[in-house]
Design a protein around this ligand. Sequence first.
Ligand code: IMP
Length: 416
Amino acid sequence: MSTLAVLGCMWGDEAKAKVVDYLGGLADYVVRFQGGSNAGHTIHHAGQKYVFHSVPSGILYPNSKCVIAAGVVIDPVSLLNEMDALTKLGIQFEGRLFIDERAGLVLPLHQELDSSAEAGLGANKIGTTQRGIGPAYADHTARVGLRMADLLYPDWLSSRLEALYKHHKRELDPALVQKLLQIKTRLEPFICKADNLLQEAYLEDKYILFEGAQGSLLDVSFGTYPYVTSSNTISGGICTGCGIPPRMINKILGVYKAYSTRVGEGPFPTELFDATGDRIRIQGNEFGSTTGRPRRIGWFDAFAAAYTARINGLDSIAVTLLDVLSGLPELKICTGYWIGERKLTAFPSHPMELQAVVPEYLSLPGWDADLSDCRKLNKLPKAARDYLEVIQDLVERPLELVSVGPDRSQTIAIKS
Ligand code: IMP
């Protein structure tokens, strides 16, 4: 039996979709288990660029089925727009997309609440994607939210919508109920009990790939709270998001970028504010695929990476965007954090502590060669191999994949 989880292990944007695309060709099922349209998963395939927000990227494979599990929050308007755009590119959804009836709904109200919460926080804002994700999860937990299955019960839908708007002291526009009922007509064929589907698929020995969104340091419980997203992005979130037991997850692959990035606010110990950071941003095209915001750039943080390797129980790691570092004379990797005379033994859980740390760095020589055509580890310059080896040693997990460009073929698989 084989199931594989591919998880971003820093602050998101680790090029997970590229890794899923590389490994997912044989997947019978590709499953999104948390997050929503805040995600922006980019895949370059056959000269075409695809950006996925809610649809699992496995939809590119004609033989893969795609599941949006119960732990996801769905903006139905944005989902339909995404499906329409993909349909125009020749992608078929019938019999291939499955949406759990328990997935939460993101409504226009949630986007308004997201924007006004951010405006209200002023200098303390989170820097959200403004997709309404936090307010939708908050309503779900407060048991006032709506779920996919509510679309199937018109009377229940109107009365729950009334109650939700009243809860937020807002007036419900009756046109919204009509709009949601039209949306229901289109989405109904895809609504199902995805836990049953996945449990059966597992018993039939199907290959199931769980596609994480965002990254471990954005996990609502174990990330850099409060500067996090509102879901559990770590491996534990797969079980609660899909309704499957932990033993159904056979292998967990953690994806790290060869340097660090972060979008939005919050402490970032290895952040670069100089020309090196600017160069990496341009070279790596580090601009958000959902919001277009320039991403903050920093050195690889092996202390944070070792923390996320542990909380996820990673079996192996993938290092992406290594090609972006070509041409830098010196590279640094953070090996630990200091506060004054004290060397930390654990990753800080409080922002005051995280923003006070002074990173300890290991300095390594860079390389000049263009890596984008390398397909074997021994074809990489020695400095690049040394760089990867240091990462592997500090994160204490074997390196399985290295990505040297956006295309599926620009990948080095490492035999263990
Ligand atoms: P939210 O998920 O829109 O509530 O945003 C909360 C935080 O997570 C912000 O710092 C966002 O920039 C960040 N975030 C959310 N989704 C992504 C993503 O897909 N990649 C990187 N950062 C993300």
